[in-house]
Ligand binder design. Structure first.
Ligand code: CU
Length: 297
């Protein structure tokens, strides 16, 4: 019981200074966070240091959760830093030539066990809530089936006439003005704004991963399996993603482009797409072949 944790004035002042510093750092982080969140929705932006801007309820929740974690970790780091400084200044050989021989302090030991547990529980609750939000599918307005191939994506619209098409990256030499390098594709996926889009994701050859940062979607595309997720795009515009599972030599060259349009524009696009993509090989058949292959094994 000999540990002297008396709050003398030096420690009290240091604590006050640390609290001021923590407030300042948190303020700066909040500023950086809002600044970064305003920029770069739909695609990465130069010097981006934060997550891409949110364009779906799930991504908004990911942003809040991310910021919540940032606050906790900054507080923990500052507390540990303050304790280290106190130890270095107050208990170095010169300041404290005869060290205490105390080895245990029940209250402190209970506290440094219980406090981290409480922090973890505080993190776990919103974390599980977020997982459920991502994977517990609401009633969908439309379904898009996504199949990953080496090295492009193909899409099928089972609710809208079951047409399907392949979507390949636009090579750098063919980019039109405004098309981002390594992200633009020849055939965008088109979906209506504010509608709940269920995506069913599979692969025809190796494992890929369908990832769209602004919608908070990242789900593996596995041969012989059908994974599901969803998004609800809240803003019209074009949103880019990339394959996020190392799938071979052109892994970096199979981007995803989703164009979010009004309901009327979507209906018009469906009509032209039905004709444009009539007779295109259905990627579903490839995937079903894989499913049958797995079942037969
Ligand atoms: Cu891939």
């Amino acid at each position: 019981m000999g540990v002297t944790f008396a709050m003398n004035s030096w420690v009290r002042n240091a604590a006050r200074r640390a609290a001021g510093l923590a407030g300042g750092v948190l303020g700066m982080l909040a500023l950086a966070f809002t600044g970064a969140a305003l920029a770069g929705t739909g695609q990465p932006s130069p010097w981006q240091i934060n997550l891409q801007g949110a364009a779906s309820p799930v991504m908004e929740s990911i942003h809040s959760f991310h910021f919540f974690l940032l606050v906790i970790i900054v507080a923990v780091v500052l507390l540990v830093l303050a304790l280290l400084v106190v130890v270095m200044v107050r208990f170095n050989e010169k300041a404290n030539p005869v060290p205490s021989r105390t080895t245990h302090h029940t209250m402190i030991e209970v506290a440094w066990t219980v406090v981290p547990v409480l922090i973890l529980v505080a993190i776990a609750i919103p974390s599980f809530r977020l997982l459920f939000l991502q994977l517990d599918l609401p009633k969908a307005d439309i379904t898009v089936k996504v199949t990953g191939h080496q090295w492009y994506w193909s899409y099928e619209y089972p609710d809208n006439g079951a047409f399907s098409f392949d979507s390949l990256m636009v090579p750098e030499a063919d980019l039109k003005p405004g098309q981002p390098r390594l992200l633009a594709v020849d055939n965008d996926v088109v979906v209506p704004v504010n509608k709940i889009v269920r995506i069913q994701v599979t692969a025809a050859d190796v494992i890929h991963s369908f990832a769209l940062p602004s919608f908070g979607v990242k789900i593996d595309a596995l041969p012989g399996r059908l994974n599901e997720s969803w998004f609800q795009a809240t803003k019209e515009g074009i949103y880019y993603g990339q394959c996020s599972e190392l799938c071979g030599k052109d892994h970096a060259f199979m981007p995803i482009a989703i164009r979010v349009v009004s309901e009327a524009e979507f209906a018009a696009w469906v009509e032209t797409a039905k004709q444009e993509f009539a007779g295109a090989p259905a990627p579903a058949r490839v995937a079903q072949g894989d499913v049958a292959g797995v079942a037969a094994r």
